[in-house]
Design a protein around this ligand. Structure first.
Ligand SMILES: [Fe+2]
Length: 282
């Protein structure tokens, strides 16, 4: 498939990005000032693990140095997306939307999409992913957009919310899980699929979990609630808790052998279309 958009970081669904495997604990790294005054940022090692094709940050409100509102701005980028872990963030967009993105909401915004942050709640916390890691920011309501913006002009922001009817059981590799699609597959020309996966008491995860398997994609997942036990050949078992982030490279074998009944996770997959292959009998 020929993608409609060209990314500076040079990958597409047929030549997908890989992400090196790492477990980044929720208390790992340091909080630092970043692009928006009033927010602070903790690096999630995506830039290091993708050679700069992506950058990911855990973000929270501090109120120091500013109230986290911004001027109108756009990003000279391939990709921009964020997810609200707690509290809310209010955003105005170039097509006249005035949005309050509350806990569990997701925002895909195309490159060169003009927007401003109008308010952030005191308890705001989120995760954001941009690509490439050296993307640019241009401020001003009338700042001219570069020529490359025309390639992305057909795209609009995709905002989704954590509502019960957004979940579909079995709409992913596991028939018992509930999946909520965050709408990035089409605007990224099949490069990125992001979804929320959760469990419920109606159809719990079977004993033994997923069994050993691999995917034809690279990914990261960040549990929002509960925990997941992961086994990988040659590695000690790891319990991944809410707030931790685990990257898994394309084709790496793993077994999610146990999980808390209330488990809910964000999962970011490249490319969007992939297969899952069982490698051992459960
Ligand atoms: Fe998996």
């Amino acid at each position: 498939m020929t993608p409609a958009t060209t990314w500076r970081s040079g990958w597409d669904m047929d030549n997908p990005l890989d992400i090196k495997t790492e477990l980044v604990r929720k208390d790992g790294g340091t909080w630092e000032q970043g692009p928006v005054a009033g927010l602070e940022y903790r690096d999630l090692h995506l830039a290091a693990n993708t050679d700069g094709a992506l950058v990911g940050r855990h973000v929270r409100y501090t109120g120091k140095e500013g109230d986290a509102s911004t001027d109108w701005q756009f990003h000279d980028a391939d990709f921009q997306w964020f997810f609200v872990l707690n509290g809310s963030i209010s955003v105005r967009t170039e097509d006249g939307q005035d949005l309050v993105l509350d806990k569990g909401a997701s925002a895909y915004q195309p490159p060169y999409w003009r927007y401003r942050i109008s308010a952030v709640s005191d308890d705001f916390e989120g995760v954001e992913v941009f690509g490439p890691s050296d993307y640019g920011t241009v401020t001003g309501k009338d700042a001219p957009k570069p020529k490359r913006a025309a390639e992305f002009a057909h795209l609009k922001g995709v905002y989704t919310f954590d509502r019960p009817d957004a979940y579909v059981r079995g709409d992913g590799p596991r028939r018992w899980s509930l999946y909520r699609d965050l709408g990035t597959r089409i605007p990224t020309d099949g490069r990125v699929h992001i979804h929320i996966i959760k469990l419920d008491e109606i159809e719990p995860s079977p004993p033994g979990g997923t069994g050993e398997h691999y995917h034809s994609m690279a990914q990261f997942f960040l549990p929002i609630r509960g925990w997941l036990d992961v086994a990988r050949p040659g590695e000690p078992n790891q319990r991944v808790f809410a707030g931790d982030l685990m990257t898994l490279s394309r084709g790496s074998i793993h077994n999610a052998f146990d999980v808390s009944p209330d488990y809910m996770t964000l999962e970011f997959c490249v490319p969007a279309e992939y297969s899952t292959v069982a490698t051992a009998a459960k």
